[in-house]
Design a protein around this ligand. Structure first.
Ligand SMILES: [Zn+2]
Length: 170
């Protein structure tokens, strides 16, 4: 799973459908994740089987984080909050450089845009990210950041009245 940190990470990281296991709880397909990632993020590393193949469940409402033939790990078994499975702050987005959904939301509310993806991308390009041991998905956060920004922007447009949108940069 190395070399995941590019803006095209989704295309680069996603495995063919044949390599995808389905979650025992929500039955959705998971994404293959390195055992190294699971070992680093599960509270009790001795429960992680070195030889097992683990998958990461991306379903927001499912409590399962990792599953394999050797066992399943839930949100409560993981050291960090899994951003895509949380509805309340803090909702981590970037685990390497510690940016949350609230940070992105704050920037968008204040200035209408955010430099966070550019800041993260710059550090990634300098080789300072550690997504494979810090991010529960084991992959780069740039895709999740972009999705969160789009979602926050569309939520704001739904909530704001037309006057508020027009008066935003005054
Ligand atoms: Zn699931």
């Amino acid at each position: 799973m190395s070399g995941c940190c590019s803006t095209a990470q989704d295309a680069a990281c996603s495995r063919p459908e044949t390599n995808v296991g389905s979650c025992p709880a929500c039955k959705q397909n998971g994404r293959l994740v390195a055992t190294r990632t699971v070992k680093n993020l599960v509270c009790d590393h001795t429960r992680v089987a070195a030889a097992a193949t683990y998958y990461f469940c991306r379903t927001p409402e499912c409590a399962v984080v990792y599953f394999s033939d050797e066992g399943t790990f839930h949100k409560s078994d993981i050291k960090v909050r899994v951003g895509i499975k949380e509805q309340e702050d803090p909702i981590p987005l970037c685990y390497c450089f510690d940016y949350t959904r609230a940070d992105v939301s704050h920037d968008l509310a204040l200035r209408g845009h955010t430099d966070i993806p550019a800041l993260v991308k710059a550090e990634v390009q300098r080789g300072f990210c550690a997504c494979d041991v810090k991010n529960p998905s084991g992959a780069c956060c740039l895709g999740d950041l972009a999705r969160a920004i789009q979602q926050i922007k569309s939520d704001r447009q739904v909530m704001a009245s037309p006057e508020e949108i027009e008066g935003e940069d005054s």
